[in-house]
Ligand binder design. Structure first.
Ligand code: GAP
Length: 517
């Protein structure tokens, strides 16, 4: 199936099974804003727990905060967001559609990569086990030609971004003959800068309202609380402050479902270190974060690091963790060495000393910062993309059938078990509810009695519920139930008193943390 079709199916699946809905759908929706449904919110909470606990519980020198979305407007002047938090936009005059100029060029780079990968895949098929990919990439003329095109474009693009050269960005789009995907034309406007922050007013206008911004990143809430946390928590450098919260960006192009939203959530951690040690810490956090991703078991080959073409105004090193989504490798998380830029700026703009007295060195300094920043929604999309499967199975009548199953990491699954009476009579529903009453304080359980047992299993597979427990007539006689696994579809008969132990062992988030050691 084409990857585009897979992605369309994913979006439809998210809606059908209560994961993600378009915001304000009854009013025909609001661009790039989404709501999470009854299963979506549980998955989202589990992702946040996996991140939060891995930061705050597993690192004794990382603590959490929850800062307000509204902050003093000078914060955004000091941080550089008022002047420099821009994206280069370009319009197609025929379709009247607006694009990010850098994204159009990145898509062109991806096309060259795709051509090379296709050549490699074809050759791999032809040569089988004897295939040497390195040698092929180094010698095949078609791969080499595309690699050269990629290198030339990449170099020109990086330079244009670093020089903030908007005319050159437009020229690249013209020279590369990039067309508008809607109109198919090359009738482009000039490239302009567009600030991504949403502004609103605080206070009534008669008082003289103050222009405030909806925060475009949660990080600034951490920076301006650095001293509060350091002093009240008696924190010693190196230490980190973690936060999960909403962020808002008036994205020019809202595409790819929850990948790029105007209202989204971030999980950010600022790690404060001694000046000069930041690049070592940068490497450590790169490794720690990659391990966190890979522990979910979505395939190590589906991740890669991507060095930034252009460093943000505050960074001296930056890398993205990219995941292979159905629409290609894309950023899920950014790891940035932000130097002392933010704290120094807040020191200057607030006029308050923001420093750390290092007892070992016997001197005070503005700490340097290594940041890890991941979008909850992008992580959600990664989990859903990696988990969605269509499997051919044999139906009860012996015919082939397709089973749609979300093979979510069990610790993240919204519902851990569904309890089902085989029939809606003979005391089976009451027994099923008794089991739920016993387990509901430990796991998110669902009672399900509608439709045939086969249909109910399929429904739970599609939601991603790892276990289904079925109560039948034998249960009333010997206190046993069947427990069915989502992934293997295998069933086992166990006594009711064993359920808690089995499910707890299999679904505990501890198994994920073990892999982070
Ligand atoms: N504090 C640094 C910072 O905000 P970023 O690379 O702009 O860095 C970090 O954003 C992460 O936030 C991204 O890797 C992505 O996962 C998520 N993110 C950024 N913009 C987003 C958007 N419009 N929609 C969804 N997630 C977004």
């Amino acid at each position: 199936m084409a990857q585009e079709d897979v992605f369309k199916k994913l979006i439809a699946h998210c809606k059908e099974y209560g994961y993600v809905f378009q915001s304000s759908e009854v009013y025909d929706g609001l661009g790039a804003v989404y709501d999470y449904g009854q299963n979506g919110v549980e998955l989202k909470n589990n992702i946040k727990k996996y991140w939060w606990d891995s930061m705050v519980l597993l690192h004794e020198n990382v603590v959490g905060i929850d800062s307000a979305i509204f902050m003093h407007p000078t914060i955004w002047k000091a941080s550089g967001h008022v002047d420099a938090f821009n994206d280069p936009l370009i319009d197609n005059k025929d379709s009247k559609k607006r694009y990010r100029a850098d994204v159009l060029i990145e898509d062109q780079l991806a096309r060259f990569e795709e051509k090379m990968n296709k050549e490699v895949a074809k050759a791999k098929k032809r040569f089988g086990d004897a295939f040497d990919e390195r040698q092929f990439r180094d010698t095949n003329p078609r791969v080499l030609a595309n690699q050269q095109k990629w290198n030339d474009l990449h170099e020109r693009f990086s330079k244009a971004l670093n020089d903030n050269n908007l005319e050159e960005l437009k020229q690249i789009i013209v020279d590369q003959e990039i067309v508008c995907p809607i109109s198919g034309s090359r009738n482009w406007t000039d490239v302009r800068q567009f600030n991504l922050m949403f502004a609103t007013e605080m206070g009534s206008t008669s008082d003289g309202a103050m222009k405030v911004y909806l925060r475009p990143e949660t990080a600034q809430g951490i920076f301006v609380n650095y001293l509060n946390v350091q002093k009240t928590g008696r924190m010693k450098i190196p230490f980190g402050i973690a936060q999960i919260g909403k962020a808002f960006r008036n994205e020019i192009v809202a595409r790819q479902f929850i990948f790029r939203m105007r209202e989204f959530e971030q999980m950010e951690m600022q790690f404060f270190v001694r000046p000069g040690s930041e690049l070592d810490w940068f490497e450590k956090w790169k490794e720690t974060r990659m391990k966190w991703h890979k522990a979910l078991g979505f395939g190590d080959d589906n991740y890669r690091f991507h060095e930034h073409e252009k460093l943000a105004h505050y960074a001296n090193a930056a890398v993205d963790v990219e995941y292979k989504f159905p629409f290609g490798f894309k950023e899920v998380e950014g790891i940035h060495s932000r130097t002392d830029f933010d704290l120094s700026q807040h020191q200057e703009y607030s006029g308050k000393k923001i420093q750390y007295y290092d007892p070992e060195l016997g001197e005070s300094y503005v700490p340097y910062v290594v940041e890890t920043s991941i979008g909850v929604d992008r992580m959600f999309l990664q989990v859903i993309s990696a988990s969605y499967c269509e499997e051919e199975v044999e139906a009860a009548n012996g015919k082939k059938d397709t089973r749609v199953v979300l093979k979510l990491p069990v610790a993240l699954a919204p519902i851990k078990l569904a309890v089902m009476p085989l029939v809606k009579k003979d005391g089976l529903p009451e027994k099923a509810r008794e089991i739920i009453d016993d387990l509901k304080f430990d796991f998110n359980c669902q009672y399900d009695e509608k439709d045939s047992i086969g249909k109910r299993y399929r429904r739970q597979d599609a939601i991603g519920t790892p276990f289904c427990v079925t109560v039948d007539h034998q249960t009333l006689e010997d206190q046993t139930v069947t427990i069915r696994s989502r992934d293997t579809m295998g069933q086992e008969r166990v006594t009711i008193d064993k359920l808690k132990g089995i499910i707890s062992e299999q679904t505990s988030i501890k198994a994920l943390f073990e892999k982070l050691k």
